[in-house]
Design a protein around this ligand. Structure first.
Ligand code: GCW
Length: 727
């Protein structure tokens, strides 16, 4: 008896434990480790009062799920609503009660067809979301011309609920302002990610095409949720093997996963591939055999991937092969590839990040000098991809002078999402303000208001092709981007690619709501932190227009002393030009005259020491150490003040975050807190090392109250990081 009783007792205990476990598991938010994997698509339960408001508004779903895209949209809607509201709507064929959600296209939904909605002007990808009355029942319709529009509308609708917005009187119309909204993965076939700080490449080439990691689907969901419709799978420093059948089969498998989500696959093409994998003697773009090879290659690729997007090319830049190797122009090279993909509807994204073998008097001038003479000489399926600034993704650069300067050649934006120059994955730097600063910049090429955004969306010059690329910060880390907050940079890139006139702040807020909490007293401080964060990085790394002062090669940490090596324009001293007299790169008429590459009114402003915005001061001018700044301080003092201000801001960010303890799940809170302390340490390092170095030129004391660097200049110079990531 006793023994039996004891057994029974044990069994009972086990049973209770199991019941408890099952209960815990079904109360998903409580046990679900918040490691960041779910991104902004967490769909955790809303507050009961809030859910109670929404539930009757989404009681029924009328949506045919009979195409791959509609089926993923439907699954997403059910998943999202079930998570947010605790129950998914009932499927229905007709609007038989209040609270119906109707999703689809006129072709797929008789109800939508009967509504005769104004879908003109929405294109393939646009949608509308509207509160309507159907047979006397209150309903919400998400309608589009094509399935992919309905998918985007579905994500938008979910976002409304995720961020707690009312559904009662909706009247939204959305269509993307930009056609190609693409991620550029700098991922190598060995899974190393160039400038990647989030683990290895998410593409597990070795296991493809057979094993399709579920992560690929989540990647597609996340991208579709923000309107990204293209992905370049491989590094622009390309390996020709990506174009061989073995790898095309793998790329095709990925394309198959992405297709329902409206995402096309593109590949970076190595210009010398005809030699390396084609056995030809040359890659000369005017050679008929080479042209034939690329045409055949394109035909082959389209047999694997019928909706292949096209090629991205880095040519004659940083040692990459290109048409100039054969005395041909960038247009010759781009056009040859464009002709190869043209019959299939493909495009060529040809990068303008070039620099020649000969060292220029000013690297900032190169892209403009090489490309402007080619304006109008590219095929209509070529788009030239231009980095936001003329040097290289620095924490702050003035807008690239090419924007607005090629009216007859579509130009697309290239932003860097991965933070190669803004503290890798540990520094919190929300890039929304940086993207917005560039997009809002006025090229003045067609009078005032000729913003970069209007170049990019094609409206300034009537471009037929438009695009925006972001160098991805995605890797195999559970949190995708190497840190929680770097997810926001992926997010804001997608949102601004969809609409380059959006503001960074509301995007930060909506991201924070979906990612962390819907409580205003959590969202507000987070968004404030985010909004100030990039300026803080500028301050502690490269204030007042300084640039390219990072560690050599790996680009980790400060290296204003970097000199020597193969090319002067890979050093820091080339860019800051500090000496006893002052600091800064004279790009005015008395110097390299790079300002002349801007439209005259902009050139006059940037070229004039009195008018140039102080944030670009040392980008355009060499300025004496005692130059009087707007603050009244001499330049040297202002510089020191800026460095310190950057560090102080990071410290405050840390304090703000500490105050949110208990308001955010412990796992993510702790990780962010630790990263902020790393950032503070490294911000201090940047400040101290930079001040120690520049003081050897300024020969001036630190302003009152400013702490001296913790170590000697020799100490900072001796630090070495042979294994810094992403190199
Ligand atoms: O910023 C530099 C990077 C390189 C990169 C290059 C480019 C892919 O340091 O790693 O190469 O730009 O944009 O081509």
């Amino acid at each position: 008896m006793r023994r039996a009783g004891r057994r029974l007792g044990l069994a009972a205990v086990a049973m209770v434990a199991m019941v408890a476990m099952v209960a815990a598991l079904s109360a998903a938010p409580a046990v679900h480790a918040e490691d960041g994997y779910d991104l902004w698509l967490r769909y955790v339960a809303l507050a009961p009062e809030q859910a109670a408001v929404y539930r009757p508004q989404v009681a029924q779903l009328v949506m045919a799920g009979d195409t791959p895209t509609r089926s993923v949209a439907r699954a997403e809607l059910l998943r999202g609503l079930a998570g947010l509201l605790g129950s998914a709507p009932a499927a229905s064929d007709a609007a038989s009660a209040d609270g119906v959600v109707i999703v689809g296209t006129p072709a797929s939904s008789p109800l939508i067809a009967a509504m005769r909605l104004k879908l003109q002007g929405l294109g393939r990808e646009g949608y509308l979301i509207r509160s309507v009355d159907v047979d006397g029942h209150r309903a919400t319709v998400i309608a589009a011309n094509e399935d992919v529009g309905a998918l985007y509308g579905t994500f938008h609708f979910l976002r409304l609920i995720q961020t707690g917005q009312p559904l009662a009187a909706l009247d939204l119309r959305q269509a993307p302002h930009v056609q190609l909204r693409v991620l550029n993965h700098w991922d190598n076939l060995d899974r190393h990610v160039e400038r990647g700080y989030a683990g290895e490449s998410i593409w597990d080439w070795h296991k493809l095409p057979d094993y399709l990691d579920p992560r690929y689907t989540d990647y597609a969901r996340a991208n579709a949720s923000i309107g990204i419709n293209g992905t370049v799978l491989n590094n622009v420093n390309a390996n020709a093997l990506s174009l061989t059948p073995m790898y095309l089969e793998k790329a095709a498998a990925l394309a198959g996963v992405f297709r329902p989500y409206g995402i096309r696959v593109y590949l970076s093409a190595r210009f010398s591939a005809p030699i390396e994998i084609g056995g030809l003697k040359t890659a000369d773009p005017l050679d008929p055999q080479v042209q034939r090879w690329w045409r055949d290659k394109a035909d082959e690729i389209y047999r694997y991937i019928p909706d292949f997007g096209g090629f991205l090319v880095k040519a004659n830049s940083e040692g990459q092969p290109g048409p100039q190797d054969y005395g041909r122009t960038h247009a010759d090279g781009a056009n040859m590839l464009a002709d190869a993909v043209k019959p299939h509807g493909g495009v060529v994204m040809w990068r303008a990040f070039v620099y020649s073998h000969e060292e220029p008097d000013d690297r900032a001038k190169q892209a403009y000098s090489e490309f402007v003479p080619l304006d109008g000489r590219f095929r209509d399926n070529v788009i030239v991809q231009v980095k936001n600034g003329a040097i290289d993704f620095q924490p702050r650069e003035p807008f690239h002078p090419l924007f607005g300067a090629m009216p007859k050649t579509p130009l697309m934006m290239e932003f860097q999402i991965t933070k190669e120059y803004l503290g890798f994955a540990t520094h919190l730097a929300y890039l929304g303000p940086m993207y917005q600063e560039t997009l809002d910049a006025d090229t003045q090429r067609r009078g005032k208001g000729s913003t970069v955004a209007k170049v990019v969306d094609g409206s300034l010059h009537g471009y037929k092709l438009t695009g925006m690329a972001g160098v991805a910060n995605i890797g195999s880390d559970r949190n995708w981007s190497g840190s929680q907050f770097d997810q926001a940079n992926w997010y804001v890139f997608g949102r601004m690619a969809w609409d380059p006139t959006l503001n960074a702040k509301p995007i930060a807020e909506e991201w924070a709501r979906m990612t962390f909490s819907n409580d205003d007293d959590v969202v507000k401080p987070i968004a404030e932190m985010m909004m100030g964060s990039r300026e803080a990085v500028v301050d502690y790394m490269t204030p007042l227009g300084l640039h390219h002062l990072m560690g050599n090669g790996h680009h980790y940490g400060p290296g204003p002393w970097v000199s020597g090596g193969p090319r002067a324009d890979w050093t820091s001293v080339y860019y800051h030009r500090a000496n006893q007299d002052g600091i800064g790169f004279d790009r005015s008429a008395s110097g390299s005259n790079a300002v002349a590459q801007y439209a005259p009114p902009v050139a006059r402003e940037f070229g004039d020491l009195k008018r140039v915005p102080e944030k670009y001061l040392l980008w355009f001018h060499h300025v004496p150490w005692d130059y009087r700044m707007q603050s009244g301080r001499p330049l040297w003092d202002e510089l020191v003040y800026r460095y310190s201000h950057g560090v102080d801001t990071v410290r405050q960010m840390g304090q703000t975050w500490q105050r949110l303890d208990g308001r955010i799940d412990p796992e993510r809170h702790a990780q962010v807190a630790t990263f902020l302390s790393i950032q503070e340490k490294e911000a201090q390092w940047w400040r101290d090392a930079s001040i120690a170095y520049f003081q050897t030129f300024s020969q001036r004391p630190l302003p009152q109250g400013q702490a001296p660097p913790a170590h000697s200049l020799e100490y900072y110079e001796a630090l070495s990081f042979p294994f810094a990531p992403g190199h």
